[in-house]
Design a protein around this ligand. Sequence first.
Ligand SMILES: C[S@@+](CC[C@H](N)C(=O)[O-])C[C@H]1O[C@@H](n2cnc3c(N)ncnc32)[C@H](O)[C@@H]1O
Length: 280
Amino acid sequence: MQNGRPSETARAIGHIRARHQTAENGLIFNDPLAVPILGEPVLPETDLDRGLHPDVVRRRRLYIAARSRFADDCAAAAIARGTEQVVILGAGLDTAPYRNAHKNVQFFEVDHPDTQTWKHHLLRKSGIVIPDSLTFVPIDFDQSTLADGLAEAGLDRTRSAAYIWLGVSVYLTRPAVDATLSYITDHAGSEVVLDYFYPVTSTPREHTTDQLQARAESTARLGEPWHTFFTADEISSLLKSFGYKQIVDQSGSELVATYDDRAIARPTESGPHVIHAYAA
Ligand SMILES: C[S@@+](CC[C@H](N)C(=O)[O-])C[C@H]1O[C@@H](n2cnc3c(N)ncnc32)[C@H](O)[C@@H]1O
């Protein structure tokens, strides 16, 4: 991220979710706050889309919608099982805490302080009410520990929690990713939804490699270069080494196909993958 400035990728992803509401009518992820929270007209093309084939732009939009839907679904299932704490790490313009209909659930939004200050401004501007059930936790993952910030914010580590960590791991250093996963998995009764990226060179298809390279370059241009990649085996081993036993891994297209009948599920070893993992 650029010093003193909110995350540009958070803004772009917010626009992509909003565009899903207008272009696909919220087919996969229906979020009535996705457009209002932007505080500006929905962009037909974001800075992340430049140089990409329109099909790739559309597939990425459906993936962004699907991962948010999946996070909401997993959090709702955890809440139905009795979890009363949801922690959103690197929340960006995620609107889950403002749409929450569950009673007795505490949300924690963790994000870089510069992004969080900007989000406060957007919430005020759009008139979206901040519920009492939400606590903001400003943290730079590369500089400070989640443990200090979340303890101060009142997260109860003796009670279960669902952690949502989407669109962040690729931007962090490997030590920051390890420290975050160690903190999450050390929380008894925790579960996590996260996404990660395969190394860009691992894909066998040249066209896809070019498009992924273009995506990597576009985030770097925004001052948020990709740093940390995993294969499914690598991240699964890491989570297991931290004590998690249940790890469900889906490629981006497999995830989209669970919500969109017309999409084709491809178990690719490239691009983004989403994991839902827990201990028992
Ligand atoms: C691509 S956005 C994803 C936002 C959100 N999870 C979503 O899916 O819309 C990346 C998020 O990671 C946060 N982030 C990046 N580097 C960070 C850091 N070092 N510490 C804290 N947050 C960071 C940014 O502020 C931003 O909100």
